[in-house]
Design a protein around this ligand. Sequence first.
Ligand SMILES: NC(=O)c1ccc[n+]([C@@H]2O[C@H](COP(=O)([O-])OP(=O)(O)OC[C@H]3O[C@@H](n4cnc5c(N)ncnc54)[C@H](OP(=O)(O)O)[C@@H]3O)[C@@H](O)[C@H]2O)c1
Length: 345
Amino acid sequence: MERYRVVQWSTGNIGKKALGILLDRDVFDVVGVHAFGPDKVGQDAGALVGRAPIGVAATDDVDALIELAPDCVNYMPRAIDFDLVERLLRSGINVVTTGDFVTGSHHPAELAALEAAGREGGATFLGTGFEPGFANVAAGFLTGACSQVRSVKLVETLDCTTYPVQDVWKVLGFGKPPRQRITQIDPETQRYGLGYFETLDMIATMLGTELDSKDAFVESAVLTQDVNLGWVDYAAGTVGGQRRTYRGHRSGRPVIELAICWTMSDDALDPQWTDPKGFSVVIEGEPRVDATIRFGEPGQDIMTVLMASTAVAAVNAIPFLCDAKPGVITPIDLPITGSPGALTA
Ligand SMILES: NC(=O)c1ccc[n+]([C@@H]2O[C@H](COP(=O)([O-])OP(=O)(O)OC[C@H]3O[C@@H](n4cnc5c(N)ncnc54)[C@H](OP(=O)(O)O)[C@@H]3O)[C@@H](O)[C@H]2O)c1
């Protein structure tokens, strides 16, 4: 059995889950862990994820981690440092990330630089995750059952009260009075969430076509009472929910749509959206497809569940990434697989 020497980069919400999965799977050796937080530097990586010590101390020494010459860096910081990723690739280290990058269609400069760095170092870069990532591949994959497709729509509806990334929610406008009910998203000026636009291109590729244009807009819902989530307080009258819609157009009509409904309250929002919780895929075509997929047990904290699913999408890709052609690949360049090593006794 081939083994893979992996450096886990960051142990935040997703990185912690990923490190646990890497430690559980027989094919991976965790040879290094990067820590940004000074409180984490020097700590044993096992201890950082509530495990027994593994004899690997977390470090902020980038050179030392590169000198380890790992097969892959599992890169999960809050935001991608593209200069760093290029350096890793040029050093011959494959990189998989859950950061905001899927096809690179909205990151043209970075895509070209990553391609060049990968070819120079003989290494491969992949951006994936759950959504963007796995869920979009699943929606596109379902079109494989259809002889004709008029449109593909994926709706994600999540209670986000247990995803404590306060800075990210703040940037998105949560906890602030809404400026307007509906805001257009211009990918040229609003650089957050470009990966969502890129999933539209990915599904178009799965349909053997290209989109003529894309657009996106955000609808805000306002809290009707104060909300205390333990990690943040939101006041009545501020934004407590968003429905983000990304659309890909062809021949003058929307053909691929991704709607993301994120809420910080189940019942104290105006408007009150009624989409079913989970992931809904509707393909208008021949035949029509209507699939609602829910993850986790009823009542289970969905964000914790999906943090692990995000991490496992990256971890599952590592063996394939290490054998892939140098440059940039996308989630649909991976072979069709489930979760090798996941079956429990
Ligand atoms: N595709 C998907 O399905 C999906 C789903 C959820 C999240 N994501 C993405 O996955 C990535 C990780 O998410 P997360 O929730 O784990 O993020 P997070 O917990 O907010 O942050 C991850 C880590 O980033 C490092 N960090 C924080 N501030 C930094 C700074 N100023 N400079 C350098 N590093 C910094 C910290 O590393 P240390 O731990 O070393 O201190 C932190 O633990 C994000 O890009 C997020 O958008 C993708």
